[in-house]
Design a protein around this ligand. Structure first.
Ligand code: ADP
Ligand code: MG
Length: 326
């Protein structure tokens, strides 16, 4: 908050200072940062929107639309949830099933819903894999009704944060303020900081510190990796990104996948999907679809692969970098 004074200079300086808000929602630490006159109002609106989306999409809340849909097998949905499921299904098909929003029965089997982790048997996994066929989701555009087959359950955890970032940035723009949103390390920014500067976004390293820094305007920078959420048993790490064809944590040769795009929701889904694909298939997928996004991959040999569109905006923190040829 600033005090209005007769001196315009002071007011100008004050508006350059960002206003921030920290919220815990969507199972993540969220930080909102705003510059400009309408910052305070914008942050309140943003917080409301986060709570609304969380209330609709959280599998952890029994009364959310997603939980109700999963429980009953069919439901008439809000615009937000219907739209997001539709996009998730499209991306699932586009990524040849590497991204799959029907992994919830599998997530539960491994204990990722309750944090009571366990290693399931092959038979149980096989049974639950029956419920992950993306073509079995029936949707009706007119009534916004979605129907699932018995046993199927939707999990928007791989896409909902990106959608939320997009919604928050829309609120910023509507109110004419600049700023950034950080949802557990996934960052979306507006066009500029004060003095028309771009944003420098740090990408977390799976080891410690940063992988690098990327300079962006009006983009989302979204990272997925097996180091984010996992449990360990007998020295083996089991992480939270599942390989839909096996029902087990993806055995990826990548340590982290960062997707940079104007479309945060797409970036979120693809960061998860490309992690599952691994380096070779992930790069091939990128080459076929590169007009919509850029990527920064870190493989298990600690080498970074960066796409041409972002190479000049990326500074690695000591890692060897190769540019992906398009
Ligand atoms: P985070 O949410 O930790 O940033 P991701 O965006 O990669 O990480 O999303 C991982 C979440 O997505 C999991 O916690 C789970 O809810 C869901 N999920 C797991 N495997 C898949 C998959 N293959 N496709 C789509 N969603 C997935
Ligand atoms: Mg994701």
């Amino acid at each position: 908050m600033f005090i209005i004074t007769a001196c315009n200079n002071i007011k100008l300086q004050e508006t350059k200072k960002p206003l921030t808000k920290e919220i815990f929602a969507m199972d993540t630490e969220i930080t909102l940062t705003c510059y400009g006159e309408n910052a305070e109002r914008t942050l309140s609106e943003a917080e409301e929107r986060i709570k609304e989306i969380d209330g609709l999409m959280s599998t952890g809340k029994a009364d959310s639309e997603i939980s109700q849909l999963n429980k009953k097998g069919n439901a008439k949905l809000s615009n937000d949830v219907y739209y997001l499921i539709k996009r998730a299904v499209e991306i699932s098909k586009k990524t040849n099933g590497a991204f799959n929003p029907l992994m919830y029965p599998i997530m539960k089997l491994w204990g990722f819903d309750t944090k009571r982790y366990r290693i399931p048997g092959e038979k149980e996994i096989k049974e639950k894999l029956e419920f992950t066929d993306i073509n079995s989701i029936v949707s009706d555009e007119n009534t916004r009704k979605i129907s699932l087959k018995k046993g199927m359950e939707i999990d928007l955890g791989g896409i909902a944060k990106g959608f939320t970032s997009d919604e928050l940035i829309k609120i910023f723009k509507k109110n004419g303020v600049d700023g950034l949103v950080n949802l557990g390390g996934n960052v979306s920014v507006t066009e500029r900081k004060p003095e028309n500067k771009p944003y420098k976004v740090g990408i977390r390293s799976p080891y410690s510190g940063l992988l690098g820094v990327v300079t962006v305007r009006d983009k989302s920078v979204i990272t997925s990796g097996g180091y984010e959420r996992y449990f360990e048993k007998n020295g083996i790490r089991y992480h939270h990104i599942m390989e839909p064809s096996t029902g087990k944590p993806a055995n990826s040769d990548l340590l982290s996948v960062t997707v940079i795009s104007k479309d945060g929701m797409y970036a979120d889904a693809l960061s998860t999907g490309i992690f599952v694909m691994g380096k070779k298939t992930g790069i091939a997928f990128f080459k076929q679809n590169h007009e919509k996004f850029d990527i920064i991959l870190l493989d298990k040999k600690s080498k970074i692969y960066v796409s041409n569109g972002i190479k000049n905006e990326f500074i690695s923190k000591g890692f060897d970098v190769e540019v992906i040829k398009e």
